[in-house]
Design a protein around this ligand. Sequence first.
Ligand code: NAD
Length: 372
Amino acid sequence: MKIGCPTEIKPQEFRVGLTPNAAQEAVAHGHSVIVQKGAGLGAGFTDEDYTAAGAALADTAAEVFATAEMIVKVKEPQAPERAMLREGQVLFTYLHLAPDPEQTRDLIASGATCIAYETVTDDRGGLPLLAPMSEVAGRLAPQVGAWSLQKANGGRGVLMGGVPGVGPARVAVIGGGVVGTHAARVAAGMGAEVTVLDRSLSRMRYLDDVFGAVFRTRYASAGNTAELVAEADMVIGAVLIPGAAAPKLVSRAQLSTMKPGAVIVDVAIDQGGCFETSKATTHQDPIYEVDGIVHYCVANMPGAVARTSTLALGNATLPFLLALADKGWRKACADDPHLAAGLNVHAGRITNAPVGEALGLAAITPAAALAA
Ligand SMILES: NC(=O)c1ccc[n+]([C@@H]2O[C@H](COP(=O)([O-])OP(=O)(O)OC[C@H]3O[C@@H](n4cnc5c(N)ncnc54)[C@H](O)[C@@H]3O)[C@@H](O)[C@H]2O)c1
């Protein structure tokens, strides 16, 4: 199969869909790979890294789209990219179609087969192509929170680990899923005193079994949440109710109970945020203050560490990418229902029920698309 990887054009996106290692594996499987010149630079991969891996280089995205049978990206295709997609071509990338009618309309019109990273599933009910970005954002959260706690950045001037004779920072993590667990581990590793709040007893049992000596768990009742938020130097928001906006768990009035200069890192901001006072920020201007509390609410945190994020995403996408290339999308999806769950649009039809519902458009099942 001819696999193509264009340079990402969404503002502030430095990741790349295909790493040189992934290109090398695809070539070893007998496929040809074409990468747009400069596509990997933001993640620290040179054109020479790709040619050494056996890939060909293209001067323009148009050349990549015209040549490739499958396009591999990171972000949803932007309007000029959508205009280059064609019937029968496979697109493998993050799509997030539910809130995006314009993109959905263009993908339907293209006739392409569009497989979304975010709806590919696994045996344990997880989302294996979203998890790496949650791991990155979770581990990054205490790092950016620690920076925000510094006095010059508006914070309380508290060091995460304290020093001998001086207590550590107190960190409350609301939501103990992928983001929350990784955030708690790193915050505890920095020496902070960490408590994770969740509403899932089975999740807290798991966390207690595995991390009982590293951080504590508390049930996320409104009372417990209020108490821990008031005591905290840093609160990390990491809740998710799949398919729904994040619940607002901390009100503006509660900010007055917090310590002046305490820090909120709302990782759940991409789902609207779990603090009433959260609003999305960018890496250029990541923090703002409300009622003396520093807020960090960057919606695409993994972009700050584009190289790590690209490598982590590449590890997760590679087996699916190879299956799609080796077998063709139809057999790869027929053989693997988890990959088939990634099918969002095929030949002018929506093939994912929640996307159809969200946009008020008819959808067929992936199975129906495979049978057609
Ligand atoms: N800002 C970013 O760059 C970025 C990057 C990755 C993920 N995220 C977001 O981070 C959030 C968490 O993602 P995840 O992968 O950890 O999800 P996850 O499903 O693994 O974990 C969510 C956890 O929240 C818990 N929860 C749900 N409602 C709760 C409540 N009312 N109180 C306490 N806990 C509650 C669940 O039991 C679960 O353990 C999502 O909104 C995700 O989109 C943001």
